[in-house]
Write a protein that binds this ligand. Structure first.
Ligand code: HEC
Length: 385
């Protein structure tokens, strides 16, 4: 097969892009999936080979930065081809691709004798390209949320962060499986297609897979040099702006937060770490101990308790309503009590009606634990005035 029988398919730039993408993809999968499946022995071996989880995370982020730069470069070169060189956008999906997909399905099921005749990019190739674009978008967005959880939580509910983690991991698995099944089948098993490395595809392969490209090869639209130069100027102005914004955004993306990047490192000297072993039995709470929580009410009738009871119980147990014949707004009233005798028995919080009734389900006046503890302590201390 002579040189003439080779058809130029991928420019050097496209092949470099593919190389960078391939390396970054493998690195991302090798550093990311072990984080998704940390229990697997394969993950452990990979993480160990990389020198630990912390290293894996740093390498993962470096590869993500490479992909962000690649995306910026690719958007630029695609727009340049389209707008300045006026190359037809043969990668865009068309209606014909849908028909071709249907024809390919029928062909694979043996319902028709020949596969669809396709052009410069087959529907399979377009599908893979746009799946990649979509996947990168998802990975970029969810990656940002995981890299910058605090910033994210400022704009979105907190549940979005674990949701982003699930989406990031699942999309990763989907991408790896798509490469292993779809990509490997189409470019390695079906036929070993080396064009992404050599740049060329044989005429025979083009005839078989891209017959329409031979009949109507994608050619740049002719353009006069002045118009071409004007277009190039406009392109660089617009792309310069986009690239600046993109790079500024990337700096924000990468350095916005330190939170997600650090994880506790290995324990420096494991021999010196002592497990917690209490030498004294856990103290049992005593009534006076309970008092701690209620210090804000005050220790005597005059210094808090009286005011508290008047405020919280006086509405029903005051001079006017006297529910249960009980007035809790005066010290005397408390000691005299109501229908069931003294409301407070100094020194005996356990049998003082003030604490019993406020614990009853159907009594409207209730006490919080800390208030209960304060009153308990006050009665325990002899209900000082
Ligand atoms: C919304 C009204 C209401 C509030 C507020 C209220 N209680 Fe009562 N309390 C009652 C009623 C009604 C009874 C039952 C009277 C009866 O025996 O028929 C009662 C009964 C009591 C009794 C028993 C009286 C007796 O001798 O039979 C005590 C003690 C008591 N309350 C303490 C308190 C304390 C302490 C508070 C404040 C934390 C409080 N109550 C807040 C309505 C209230």
């Amino acid at each position: 097969m002579g040189e003439r029988d080779q058809i130029y398919r991928f420019s050097l730039l496209r092949r470099i892009e593919h190389g960078v993408l391939m390396v970054a993809f493998v690195v991302l999968a090798a550093t990311g999936l072990p984080q998704k499946y940390p229990q697997s022995p394969v993950s452990l071996a990979l993480l160990q080979a990389m020198g630990g989880l912390e290293n894996a995370r740093i390498i993962h982020r470096a590869a993500a930065i490479a992909l962000m730069l690649l995306a910026l470069e690719h958007i630029g070169s695609a727009l340049y081809d389209l707008y300045v060189r006026r190359v037809p956008p043969s990668i865009l999906p068309t209606r014909e691709d849908l028909r071709n997909a249907w024809r390919a399905l029928r062909y694979n099921l043996g319902l028709t004798g020949s596969p669809p005749r396709q052009g410069w990019f087959t529907f399979q190739e377009k599908f893979e390209y746009w799946a990649l674009v979509w996947g990168l978008l998802i990975m970029g967005l969810t990656g940002f949320m995981l890299w910058n959880p605090i910033t994210t939580a400022r704009f979105l509910p907190g549940q979005w962060i674990p949701a982003a983690k699930v989406a990031h991991g699942s999309e990763a698995l989907l991408a790896v499986l798509a490469i292993l099944i779809w990509h490997v089948y189409h470019v390695h098993i079906r036929r070993f297609n080396r064009s992404m490395f050599t740049g060329y595809l044989s005429r025979a392969e083009i005839e078989e897979d891209h017959p329409l490209a031979l009949e109507a090869p994608p050619r740049p639209a002719p353009l006069d040099p002045l118009e071409a130069r004007a277009r190039a100027r406009r392109f660089w102005a617009a792309y310069g702006t986009l690239a600046t914004l993109w790079l500024v955004g990337m700096v924000w993306f990468v350095s916005g937060e330190k939170t997600a990047v650090t994880s506790p490192g290995p324990i420096p000297d494991i021999a010196r770490v002592r497990a917690y072993a209490p030498l004294t039995p856990t103290p049992v709470p005593t009534p006076s101990y309970l008092g701690r929580g209620g210090a804000d009410i005050g220790p005597t009738w005059g210094e808090g308790i009286g005011a508290f009871l008047e405020e919280n119980c006086g509405f029903c147990h005051g001079p006017q309503r006297r529910e249960g014949d009980l007035d809790l707004t005066t010290y005397e009233g408390v000691l005299r009590g109501g229908k069931s005798g003294p409301a407070v028995i100094p020194g005996a919080p356990g049998i003082s009606p003030v604490l019993i009734w406020t614990a009853l389900e159907d009594h409207p006046g209730r006490l919080r634990a800390s208030e209960r503890a304060a009153i308990w302590l006050w009665i325990q201390n002899g209900a000082p005035r």
